[in-house]
Design a protein around this ligand. Structure first.
Ligand code: M6R
Length: 357
């Protein structure tokens, strides 16, 4: 039930700090270590490459998951859109492990890949919010997101839960491989939960950002580099699906290869500038669009804040920043849709779970 909330989406955005705490609790043993099914640990150790298969928002979580698996656990990882993979299967490695990411566990595009994979006899792990779902039953292993029911068509808490569980899986794999790590993921996720809470308390400020940048626009661009680029893709999907503003996410450096032609006087460009090592590059991309008239909205963490940035997010572990930087984008999208009188929870032409191919 929605309780006092006007929309499920807003309620589910607000639930994210609690979901983080629930995930920490469920994936922690009595000695504060990661608790994970031994079979999954073994499957991760045995594979020579992970193939992530997903759609929509879950695909965007997969893009971040690849960074976790490669950077933390040194496991080569590919991420594929399920509906493309079905008929355009890449050359597989000798010992692949397939990871299906799906909030609902019922997405038909993923299921048809899983059926193929099962025929080929490759192991499959499903990461889902619905453990009894089709994708969970038909895969060898399941990891639960523990996000609680997600009702709004626009996925919010499942996305951050997916990234949290992928981070835990990556750290567990790294430990199993004997790699040394300089951070404790469960502690870092607790910090993420607190940061999310801070952001959930800043809705008025974010509503104003939505008014300032999106009230009359027909389109909007999201730019970022590295992890920020992937979060920008998710921000664009969120905005377009509920507010019907045409929105696209781009890698900062890619703009000058074509898209910059679309920048006009007043075009909103939401730039994520949360990553230290690419900070000066993304800021020069912002300069490029501002020179052409863009209305740039920069989101930065405390330590990278510069005068004129539109919104500041709390600092968390750099790899986990996507779990935090997406919240302002979710909230801005919510208000942009609300201001346009859109049906926030049930946008046109969309279903919560896409059970047709
Ligand atoms: O249930 P799934 O995670 O498999 O769903 C995948 C997509 O259909 C879903 O993420 C969709 O993109 C959302 N409406 C995005 O908010």
């Amino acid at each position: 039930e929605k309780g006092t909330y006007p929309h499920f989406m807003l309620k589910e955005i607000d639930e994210q700090p609690f979901v983080m705490r629930k995930i920490i609790q469920e994936y922690q043993d009595d000695h504060d270590q990661i608790k994970l099914d031994e079979d999954i640990r073994q499957a991760m150790a045995d594979c020579d490459r992970v193939y992530i298969i997903a759609a929509g928002t879950s695909y965007h979580a997969g893009l971040i998951g690849k960074e976790f698996l490669e950077k933390i656990a040194q496991v080569p990882t590919e991420v594929h859109i399920a509906s493309e993979f079905s008929y355009n299967m890449p050359l597989l490695s000798e010992k692949p492990l397939f990871v299906f990411i799906s909030q609902s566990g019922e997405t038909a595009d993923l299921r048809s890949v899983l059926v193929e994979i099962n025929k080929l006899g490759h192991p499959a792990l499903t990461i889902t919010n619905v453990p009894g779902s089709t994708l969970s039953r038909e895969a060898d292993y399941t990891l639960n997101l523990f996000a609680g029911p997600e009702i709004a068509v626009a996925s919010t808490k499942a996305y951050t839960a997916q990234m949290a569980v992928l981070a835990i899986l990556a750290v567990d794999t790294a430990r199993a491989k004997g790699l040394t790590l300089d951070f404790d993921p469960l502690k870092e996720l607790a910090i993420v939960g607190n940061a999310m809470e801070t952001l959930c308390d800043q809705k008025d400020q974010l509503e104003q950002v939505a008014r300032d940048y999106l009230s009359t626009t027909r389109n909007c661009f999201f730019i970022g580099r590295g992890l920020d680029y992937f979060v920008g893709l998710e921000g664009a999907l969120k905005l377009k699906e509920i507010s019907y503003i045409q929105a696209e996410g781009f890698a900062g450096g890619e703009l000058k290869h074509g898209t910059i032609a679309l920048i006009e006087d007043g075009t909103p460009v939401i730039a994520l500038a949360t990553q230290d090592h690419v900070n000066s590059s993304i800021r020069s991309n912002v300069q490029e669009v501002v020179t052409r008239g863009a209305n740039a909205c920069i989101i930065s963490p405390e330590e990278l804040y510069r005068e004129g940035d539109a919104f500041v997010i709390p600092t968390v572990h750099p790899l986990l920043t996507p779990l935090v930087s997406v919240l302002p984008l979710q909230i801005i999208s919510y208000y942009a849709a609300l201001h346009r009188d859109c049906d926030v929870d049930k946008p046109r032409n969309l279903a919560k779970s896409v059970t047709v191919e």
